[in-house]
Design a protein around this ligand. Structure first.
Ligand code: BGC
Length: 255
């Protein structure tokens, strides 16, 4: 077991990539806090799955865009499990629309969750880890769109671009404390955020044509990368973004 005696928080883990990360961490022995905002039943199910296979799980409702909620998330975790070793800032939302038609409120909402939420998660977790004095791991679930433009998705791209530099900057700042910070940048993964594509065959075809491996990824595949970054195997890894995208970032646009 790679994460024995470790304690992890995974934001947005009632579904999608976050859920898979929580399950993978628990499988490897970590106690896991399952954070959710809108779907308590799904979060409870994830926790039951963890407990069903002999793991430890705690369910906490926290809207990551609210400082007091994130503070509570870390506090509750430490109260239940005694410490915090691994923080995964995964919660994210997406609202696609042309830039010229995007209301400022949409920009604010998307930035507040995708960048503000990660900022708060990084800060609260790092404060706790520094206090513990034994280092720690911070993993942000970013996107290929921390680097790759996506028309009609400007707030999301702005947030993920910001997350890239947040990670790079605090990786340097937190290194003296033995805390590593890295980003995972998934491409198109089969999760609720991409569900609308199933009703839109044309868009789906266009998307698949941009993926050299010719298929979407599975949340479990992303979870294996998160597990690596959280494990002892990644002790010398910090300040980097890891793409997991079926080759999307290398697509030459020749189709
Ligand atoms: C976005 C998806 C998009 C994928 C690949 C993800 O970050 O959430 O909407 O399909 O990147 O472009």
């Amino acid at each position: 077991m790679q994460l024995e005696n470790k304690v992890a928080v995974v934001t947005g883990s009632s579904s999608g990539i976050g859920r898979s990360i929580a399950l993978a961490f628990a499988r490897e022995g970590a106690a896991v806090t399952v954070d959710y905002r809108g779907h308590p039943d799904e979060a409870k199910k994830v926790a039951e799955e963890v407990e069903g296979s002999g793991g430890r799980a705690l369910v906490v409702r926290a809207d990551v865009s609210k400082p007091e909620d994130v503070e509570g998330l870390i506090r509750e975790t430490a109260r239940e499990f005694g410490r915090l070793d691994i923080m995964v800032n995964n919660a994210g939302i997406e609202e696609k629309m042309p830039f010229l038609e995007t209301p400022f409120e949409v920009y604010e909402r998307v930035l507040a969750v995708n960048l503000g939420g990660a900022w708060l998660g990084c800060q609260e977790a790092a404060r706790r880890m520094v206090e513990q004095g034994e280092g720690g791991r911070i993993i942000n679930v970013s996107s290929v769109h921390e680097e790759r433009p996506m028309p009609d998705n400007s707030p999301y791209c702005a947030a993920k671009g910001g997350l890239r530099m947040l990670m790079r900057t605090i990786a340097v700042e937190l290194a003296p404390h033995g805390i590593t910070v890295n980003n995972i940048a998934p491409g198109a993964i089969e999760t609720p955020i991409n569900e609308n594509l199933n009703e839109n065959p044309e868009q789906m075809e266009e998307l698949l044509s941009e993926i050299p491996l010719g298929r979407m990824g599975r949340p479990e595949e992303v979870a294996e990368l998160a597990l690596y970054l959280a494990s002892g195997a990644a002790s010398y890894v910090t300040g980097s973004t890891f793409y997991i995208d079926g080759g999307m970032m290398r697509q030459a646009g020749s189709l």
